[in-house]
Design a protein around this ligand. Structure first.
Ligand code: EPZ
Length: 423
């Protein structure tokens, strides 16, 4: 197993090209199940999570081929299986979202329930309620969801009791081929939802309102194959922006849709970094003489502050000259990075969903490990700013969602290397 070793205290300087969005790419990959024609995805990130999804699609009968130039070729001419096993779904819970498309195409599907994970219980009740509303018969047996829709799915009006990205996406994937109109109320508005709808529309779907709370979908009888470019990863961009603000220096992020991070830029500026945007890039600067200031933040569904940047934001305010209060509203257990940051010298008190971060003058390097992807990224940001050496174990978490993080930061002058834990 690899670990990341960082010699901190070096300001960052350079340019980072942001990859395609993981959380969009894995749902776009599932789209291939809805057509017997080939689907090409460009601007595809090469990640463990996209590979997990590729393995599952291959087990279902799709051809999955990585091609040069960040392209992925997918072709599900026929499905050879309608079952997604526990072994595949437990590795990455978003694979659960193949249930809707398999059901829409084949009239039946058997998909393992994903189970809990490090950041919370994460049930799928909203997904299942929506599929039932579309006419599916659902049974739970031996840890699996067994779904049937012998006469196909039918459009329905669905009101989500609270906002869920996954349930919104899953319902979209299920209802594009349903008979009649579906209306989704209280839908998630994340850029990844718009990306999914844009791809489906380019294939012949009739979806309007993606990016707003009410989405309307007129079912169509078939979708055609296309080539589609994955939206740039706002969370990867936000992570590097926060890392630059934390460690100091000057970093230009390229291939960024800055409007997707509207909740982040004012808070980074409030913390003391300068943010300059142009067409498709953002420059983050903080001189060594400019202190970090405390900033309160709470996570919300889009367009609010993303939960996927909460841990990285916390690393930054650990070094501020005052007290910041951070509230996590989306997941009930997403402060697992706090004890690790404390081991690096941070002063953090967690009570329920709130963390009080009392800024310290310096962090010091330490051996640390994290339980999830974004928590690991916060330890990288802290390690870049800390005095001395930080060793981050369980790098496979980072590999799930950050393409070449060591190379990208290394190109900005960070003293960062990946070493084999056995070697
Ligand atoms: C997506 O998860 C992302 N994952 C998460 O990113 C992200 O943190 C999250 O959206 C919020 O933005 C992917 O896109 C693969 P939700 P998702 O459904 O869809 C509860 C990362 O690090 N809920 O919006 O699972 C749920 O437990 C990951 O890249 C139910 O109770 O998130 C949570 O508390 C981590 N029942 C809240 O809703 C349901 O049926 C929001 O979850 C569904 C969700």
């Amino acid at each position: 197993m690899d670990k990341i070793v960082i010699e901190g205290g070096v300001p960052l300087s350079g340019e980072i090209t942001v990859s395609g969005a993981k959380n969009s790419a894995i749902k776009l990959m599932a789209v291939c199940l809805l057509t017997d024609e080939p689907l090409e995805l460009t601007n595809m990130p090469r990640l463990r999570d996209t590979r997990f999804m590729g393995q599952l699609l291959a087990c279902l009968g799709a051809k999955v081929e990585e091609a040069p130039g960040a392209r992925l070729l997918l072709h599900a001419k026929t499905l050879t299986s309608t079952t997604a096993s526990y072994d595949l779904v437990r590795k990455m819970r978003a694979t659960f979202n193949v249930l809707g498309p398999i059901l829409a195409r084949e009239g039946k599907a058997k998909v393992s329930l994903p189970g809990g994970c490090a950041i919370g219980a994460r049930p799928v009740d909203l997904h299942l309620d929506a599929l039932k509303a579309l006419g599916a018969q659902i049974e739970l047996s031996d840890g699996y969801v067994i779904a049937e829709a012998k006469n196909g799915l039918k459009g329905a009006e669905i009101t989500f009791p609270f906002i869920s990205v996954g349930a919104t996406e899953h319902t979209l994937l299920a209802c594009v081929l349903a008979k009649g109109e579906t209306v989704l109320n209280n839908a998630a508005r994340e850029p990844e939802i718009i990306d999914l709808a844009d791809c489906l529309n380019a294939m012949g779907a009739k979806i309007s309102g993606a990016g707003r709370s009410e989405i309307r979908i007129q079912g169509v009888s078939r979708l055609k194959g296309i080539s589609y470019s994955v939206v740039p990863d706002r969370i990867e961009a936000g992570t590097y922006a926060l890392a630059a603000a934390t460690a100091g220096g000057s970093v230009r992020l390229v291939n960024v849709r800055s409007e997707h991070l509207g909740s982040l830029w004012p808070l980074i500026a409030k913390a003391g970094a300068t943010v300059t945007m142009d067409d498709n890039s953002v420059l983050i600067e903080r001189g060594q003489g400019t202190p970090l200031r405390p900033v309160d933040m709470e996570t919300q569904a889009y367009p609010g502050f993303p939960t996927d940047l909460q841990a990285q934001f916390m690393a930054m305010v650990c070094l501020a000259d005052g007290v910041s209060i951070i509230r996590e509203n989306i997941f009930e257990n997403r402060f697992m990075h706090c004890p690790e940051l404390v081991r690096m010298g941070a002063n953090i008190t967690v009570t329920g969903r709130e963390a009080i971060v009392r800024g310290v003058e310096r962090l010091t390097g330490a051996p640390v490990m994290a339980t999830d992807l974004r928590a690991s990224a916060s330890l990288v940001a802290a390690g870049l700013a800390a005095d001395g050496i930080t060793e981050i174990s369980r790098v496979y978490h980072l590999d799930r969602g950050f393409e070449n993080i060591d190379v990208k930061l290394g190109n900005c002058g960070a003293r960062i290397k990946r070493v084999s834990e056995t070697g």
